[in-house]
Design a protein around this ligand. Structure first.
Ligand code: ADP
Length: 152
């Protein structure tokens, strides 16, 4: 059975923090599906199409990585993709508190799916999509916070 993981998120925009999670966990899986959730209300700043294109620009040439959008429960999307793993990144205790509850809830919803957490490297732990958006709104340069393939 091939090992497939979903990396769900808003990715608004996809950052070098997200990239680090994908790059470091890729050796563990046969395939990672980077999945942009479209039911969250918090990210209207960039369109889904824009976010898909950016991630495809970063990983388009990698046959082990797919980029998709999804609606509804993450565990249902996992089932659809035949994925038994959900990937999430942890920056600090705030992330842990939030992620712990979601992971435990997802486990109750579907016991065959494991959430795998990966700790961010210290030099990336201050990077968040919301701060990147704030910098953009205020005319700042965000080049070093996003992969080089993303023209922001
Ligand atoms: P969501 O809206 O689901 O929180 P995000 O796009 O903000 O989605 O983040 C997706 C995942 O990436 C989350 O697990 C988040 O904790 C993680 N993440 C975001 N930024 C970083 C970073 N700089 N280092 C490590 N993990 C990160």
């Amino acid at each position: 059975m091939s090992k497939i993981a979903i990396f769900p998120g808003s990715f608004a925009p996809f950052s070098v923090g997200h990239q680090s999670i994908v790059d470091r966990t890729l050796p563990l899986f046969d395939k990672i599906v980077i999945a942009i959730g479209i039911n969250s209300e918090k990210n209207q700043y960039f369109s889904i199409e824009e976010r898909l294109e950016w991630i495809k620009a970063v990983y388009g040439k990698n046959s082990k990585i797919e980029v998709k959008r999804y609606e509804g429960l993450t565990v249902d999307f996992c089932k659809k993709e035949k994925a038994n793993y959900i990937l999430r990144g942890l920056r600090d205790s705030h992330d842990f508190k939030f992620e712990k509850n979601i992971a435990q809830m997802n486990k109750e919803l579907n016991t065959s799916i494991e959430t795998i957490f990966i700790i961010t490297p210290p030099e990336l732990s201050h990077i968040s999509s919301s701060i990147i958006r704030d910098i953009i709104k205020n005319g700042g340069d965000v080049k070093k916070f996003v992969p080089k393939e993303i023209d922001l």
